[in-house]
Design a protein around this ligand. Sequence first.
Ligand SMILES: Nc1ncnc2c1ncn2[C@@H]1O[C@H](COP(=O)(O)OP(=O)(O)OP(=O)(O)O)[C@@H](O)[C@H]1O
Ligand SMILES: [Mg+2]
Length: 242
Amino acid sequence: MLELKNIYGGYGKITILNGVTFTIPKASITTVIGPNGAGKSTVFKAIFGLLNIHSGQILLDGQDVTRQTPRQMIGHGVTYVPQGRNVVPQLSVYHNLELGGITASDQTIVRKRIDMVMDQFPMLRKYSGKKAIELSGGQQKQLEVARALLLDPKLILIDEPSIGLSPNLVQEVFQTLLRLRDQGATILMVEQNAKAALAMSDYGLVLELGQTRMHDKATNLLADPKVGQLFLGGHIEAANAV
Ligand SMILES: Nc1ncnc2c1ncn2[C@@H]1O[C@H](COP(=O)(O)OP(=O)(O)OP(=O)(O)O)[C@@H](O)[C@H]1O
Ligand SMILES: [Mg+2]
């Protein structure tokens, strides 16, 4: 569904990605893990047309989409939820949702889909008239995820959805992602909360120094002692056991 072939790229002349290669199948969830600064967010920017790609190729359903603009990627059914807070604080929840469908030619469909995502996230209906800034951090993240769904994307790039969320809300976001996958969407996610994320994922990808280090079924990565020690807090558990 999505294929990256030996991607090199970065910001201006600085190279951050040093040969990223992986393929993910349709209707699957893949979690990207790796240390801070490994280039996880940069991979998403590369896919979404926000990076200077020096060489390599990105294929979406077999079509070459290397160096397309974000607008073109949206047109291909790709959506991107960046790391951090991305709602428009002074706009209402409803207007923030509308922004998710701003590129659609048929706004009637957008309004129908706003209704659908409000069914999925009832909190958004309850607070639809409130300014986004008045929501809690977790509620704002739900708003962002909901907004990303407005164009019925086939590929969802979601960077650290659980940051700042209570464990309950993390599970809610994960459940939403699972539901979307079951409906046929493909999801590529970065998560600090690596253990919980891999546990609900089909595949895992370990990125280090801008390179793919491992790519395997999530269950295999979870069972790998080396991955456990480096990325899943295994060393902390070992220390606690002493
Ligand atoms: N806009 C930018 N301009 C220049 N360098 C950048 C920019 N954004 C990120 N970098 C650099 O690229 C490298 C990879 O950053 P990236 O954000 O992809 O890491 P990450 O794996 O997502 O880390 P984290 O877990 O902290 O989110 C870092 O060295 C970072 O300093
Ligand atoms: Mg990041």
